[in-house]
Design a protein around this ligand. Structure first.
Ligand code: HEC
Length: 109
């Protein structure tokens, strides 16, 4: 008998959200990203001085930071409240979204 375990196939659902609709248009935001926009700005560039920009970060960096916040590695961070009930695939989808956002640095200001 074949005893090999079937690996969990990652839900592809979120991937569908990740693609920018058009280069010039606004990329469609996954539902979860709307929360982030409130503090970090729709383009991942926070309008509030001192609040870190998240656009331009690498996907792996974003994922590991978000998982770190979720694990409460940063005490007293607002980000722990934001991320505490995210699933891994939501975090993936968020990271994918911001990576594809590709800030030019010229779009705003
Ligand atoms: C209530 C406001 C608020 C919301 C909502 C919020 N953030 Fe943050 N975020 C912050 C603040 C403030 C910091 C920096 C200080 C800290 O760690 O608390 C931060 C830090 C970060 C960092 C680390 C930046 C760095 O330079 O290390 C990342 C990544 C991040 N946020 C991503 C997100 C994502 C993705 C979302 C949406 C899921 C989100 N944030 C939602 C306020 C917010």
């Amino acid at each position: 008998m074949n005893n090999g375990k079937i690996r969990l196939v990652f839900p592809v659902l979120f991937v569908a959200y990740g693609f920018p609709v058009a280069a010039a248009g606004e990329p469609e935001q996954p539902e979860v990203v709307r929360v982030c926009s409130e503090c970090h700005g729709a383009e991942g560039k926070a309008p509030i001085p001192g609040w870190p920009p998240i656009a331009g970060m690498g996907k792996e960096e974003l994922i590991s930071k978000l998982k770190g916040y979720r694990a409460k590695l940063v005490p007293e961070s607002r980000m722990s409240d934001v991320t505490h009930n995210f699933t891994d695939s939501e975090i993936e989808a968020i990271a994918q979204y911001y990576v594809e956002l590709k800030p030019t640095g010229k779009a705003s200001k």
